[in-house]
Design a protein around this ligand. Structure first.
Ligand code: ADP
Length: 498
């Protein structure tokens, strides 16, 4: 589903910083029930009300684990007895953590219930060695274990004078090897530069007004009263800062696209909270206006749209480099001319023929999504985060290649959501961008976006080289047919997706 502010699915919220107490300390478990009330794009969910909006530091609801009707505490029963209690409906399937006060045991028993109902064994779905307190109320519900995805590293990649190893979680053979080859070409050419050119997470509620005249009045009011809107919006967070409100009119509907910076957080929760407050102010001035939905799809979250491509959403980054002619020959096994010609024919002309919006690239999504997975980003946002324009031109009298990638809507954060899970957090540490930047909040998230942009460029260079030299199929057959990836393969592997 779309990531509505304060949604449970996006693994967000206040509760991120309010850990559930350890089971042995208290027989309590934290549930962020508020989140369940705020999924406004979910038709079954209740409408968002003021009471469901909380300040960042609010404490989630706590409930004490309960007793079996006959008086014995559920936590004192055997696993089999608890399983029976679930099957007989005494304990709700989703309530196991709360009733037992023990997240790990709840996961184990829930697995048993599903194994028994489905008559399937989950031996291959791991569940041990995991702190489920980092998941509960934040990242997932009805947990029965965790999926494993291999994580590889590409690199080193020299970005603005600093070397990085890029964590990539993927099951696509050849991808990491290919990205590594691109990193090698960039690094051997002296590295690349990566810039943040814009920053702002967006949420666009849809408002209903009596007629088009009022719609225009509302749009004009929002322009004149931006400062008022901003102070109301900004009061909801230490980090959210409103930077723009754009209003789009369609008959008697108004879509107000609020854009804010969000420190090191990806910002969906923050922008949602800010918009809620701003809407209260708007309704005071326009009592005839009704809030149809906190999200009116002009945001646009997790769906293809031109607006993100043109206006940006999250971080907008541009990276460029000059790849030396001799490196193109020795590492990428192609030529400047072949790359330039292919880039025109495929990424520009081919995408124009296809009517693509933001698909002017070879496989940005491969790199973006694998890093998103490895670092705990909201993977569904790969839809807009992977839009990218790759450009290649000859430079230095045609000896070398000027290459750039521009990604206008890269939605990333280094705090909140899945970024706090242990494995993902370790990969953010590998990149030196974990958590909140203490001196300059927002710097870690900006750096993560810059690094992803640079890695995308590495991926583009390698795949484009493979296509220009016809080595794609050969390498896929080699690496995807169980031959171990040797150093030689990694350095010559040309492909990824396409
Ligand atoms: P999102 O808005 O991306 O959904 P969350 O609400 O899950 O983010 O997480 C952001 C939380 O982290 C907020 O409660 C915020 O106060 C806190 N926080 C701490 N340091 C920072 C920082 N440097 N940048 C942004 N948020 C921060």
């Amino acid at each position: 589903m779309e990531a509505i502010s304060i949604s449970a699915c996006q693994a967000k919220s206040h509760s991120t910083y309010t850990r559930a107490p350890a089971p042995q300390q208290q027989h309590q478990v934290v549930y962020d029930l508020k989140m369940l009330k705020t999924k406004s794009d979910n038709p079954s969910s209740k409408p968002l009300t003021n009471s469901t909006i909380n300040t960042e530091d609010s404490t989630p609801t706590v409930s004490i684990h309960s007793k079996h009707p006959k008086g014995k505490k559920y936590s004192q029963m055997s696993d089999a007895e608890v399983q029976d209690a679930v099957e007989s409906g005494q304990i709700k399937f989703f309530d196991l953590e709360k009733e037992l006060g023990d997240e790990f045991r709840a996961v184990k028993i829930r697995r048993n219930v599903i194994e028994s109902r489905s008559k399937q064994s989950f031996t291959n779905l791991p569940y041990e060695h995991f702190d489920y307190r980092t998941v509960l109320g934040q990242c997932c519900e009805n947990v029965i274990g965790y999926a494993t995805v291999p994580v590889g590293v590409a690199g080193p990649l020299l970005v603005d004078g600093k070397e990085y190893y890029i964590p990539m979680a993927t099951t696509e053979g050849c991808l990491v090897a290919s990205a590594t080859r691109g990193c090698k070409a960039i690094t051997q050419s002296g590295g690349c530069n990566a810039h943040l050119i814009a920053d702002g997470m967006c949420r666009a509620p849809v408002l209903g007004v009596p007629d088009a005249k009022t719609a225009l009045a509302l749009k004009t009011w929002a322009e004149i009263n931006f400062d008022k809107l901003a102070s109301t919006f900004n009061a909801t967070s230490r980090f959210a800062r409103l930077v723009d409100v754009q209003s789009f009119i369609a008959g008697r509907k108004v879509y107000m696209r609020f854009k804010c910076t969000s420190g090191d957080a990806m910002g969906m929760n923050m922008v949602g909270k800010g918009v809620e407050k701003a809407l209260e102010l708007i309704q005071r001035s326009f009592p005839s206006c009704s809030i149809i939905s906190l999200s009116g799809n002009v945001c646009t979250d997790k769906k293809p749209s031109a607006i993100n491509w043109i206006e940006g959403r999250g971080k907008s980054v541009v990276c460029d480099a000059v790849i030396k002619g001799d490196v193109i020959k020795s590492v990428l096994k192609t030529t400047v001319d072949a790359l330039v010609e292919l880039n025109y024919a495929k990424n520009l002309l081919g995408s124009a023929v296809a009517g693509s919006i933001g698909g002017q690239n070879a496989h940005a999504s491969n790199i973006v999504t694998s890093i998103f997975l490895a670092t705990g980003q909201d993977v569904a946002q790969n839809v807009e985060s992977s839009t990218c324009m790759t450009l290649m031109e000859p430079t230095n009298d045609g000896q070398d290649l000027y290459v750039s990638v521009t990604l206008p809507s890269l939605e990333v954060g280094t705090i909140g959501g899945g970024t706090q899970l242990p494995a993902q957090s370790a990969m953010l540490s590998l990149l030196g961008v974990k958590g909140s930047d203490p001196e300059a909040p927002g710097k870690n998230a900006a750096n993560l976006a810059r690094i992803i942009g640079a890695a995308v460029m590495a991926g583009e260079l390698s795949l484009m080289s493979a296509l220009s030299s016809g080595a794609l199929i050969k390498s896929h057959m080699k690496l995807n047919r169980r031959e171990p990836a040797t150093t030689e393969l990694a350095s010559s592997c040309p492909a990824g997706g396409q």
